[in-house]
Ligand binder design. Structure first.
Ligand code: PEP
Length: 249
């Protein structure tokens, strides 16, 4: 059996002032070497430049970008503009982008293509709203998201992808998926990857859980055979909780 990469990623969203962000990044970066998983931090884009200069092993990612190379897109940033800043990852398909900024499956597909063209790894978020979970159609819903925006890419490209299952009803709500719910979905996603790309790739791809993951539930979630780490929001804003989660494998 292949040992998959374990990853804990922190999505800082639109939080932290420059000095606070600086302290947090330094604390995380200092502790990072002792961990058995990869750490990724998604700060507000404006901080990428200052963090990129720090020595250490924390990977950096951007929370959002526009898929076009350049052009009349006021307020947007292209990957080409940030790829020189030691950018390792991009976040695509987060439910806050899908819902609050009306990003469609086809726009998300364009972002996937843009990331791959710029040779950065991507964390592709998927997950169902509460009413879909309650209707029992959550696996179908996520399958549709993957087929609409991700499964058009090639075998060599899918190797640069990490999938994050983030049930919308669990994001920022304090309501976490149970280990059984997470494992059911992660296994379902891995089976879909296997059907599309074969058993070897399915075995290798890392699938993260996101949605109110914290120091109390990370151990149980990460002990599920198909959960390879977490995408963390609120609990990523303090080094102590973020690092405790990263120590939960
Ligand atoms: C997220 O926004 O990706 C997330 C998982 O947030 P939280 O951990 O706060 O639920």
């Amino acid at each position: 059996m292949i040992a998959r990469r374990k990853i804990v990623a922190g999505n800082w969203k639109m939080n932290l002032l420059p000095a606070e962000a600086d302290v947090l990044f330094k604390e995380i970066n200092a502790a990072n070497r002792a961990l058995s998983c990869d750490l990724v931090v998604f700060p507000p884009a404006i901080y990428l430049q200052q963090f990129g200069g720090e020595k250490g092993t924390t990977f950096l990612g951007i929370q959002n970008f526009h898929p076009a190379k350049k052009g009349a897109f006021t307020g947007e940033i292209s990957i080409a503009q940030v790829v020189g800043l030691k950018l390792n990852y991009v976040l695509i398909g987060h439910s806050e982008r899908r819902i609050d900024f009306s990003e469609s499956n086809s726009f998300i597909k364009e972002k996937v293509d843009a990331a791959l063209q710029n040779d950065v790894k991507l964390i592709f978020c998927c997950g169902e709203p509460l009413e879909i979970r309650e209707s029992g159609k959550h696996l179908d819903f996520v399958k549709e998201q993957l087929e609409a925006s991700l499964f058009h890419i090639s075998e060599s490209e899918i190797r640069k992808v990490i999938i994050a299952y983030e049930p919308i009803w669990a994001i920022g709500t304090g309501r976490t998926a149970s280990a059984a719910q997470a494992e059911e979905m992660h296994k379902g996603i891995r089976t879909l990857v296997e059907k599309k790309y074969g058993a070897k790739i399915a075995e290798e791809i890392s699938i993260l859980y996101g949605g109110s993951c914290n120091t109390s539930n990370a151990k149980e979630l990460f002990s599920c055979p198909n959960v390879d780490g977490g995408l963390i929001g609120g609990a990523a804003l303090e080094a102590s909780s973020f690092l405790a989660i990263a120590n939960s494998f």
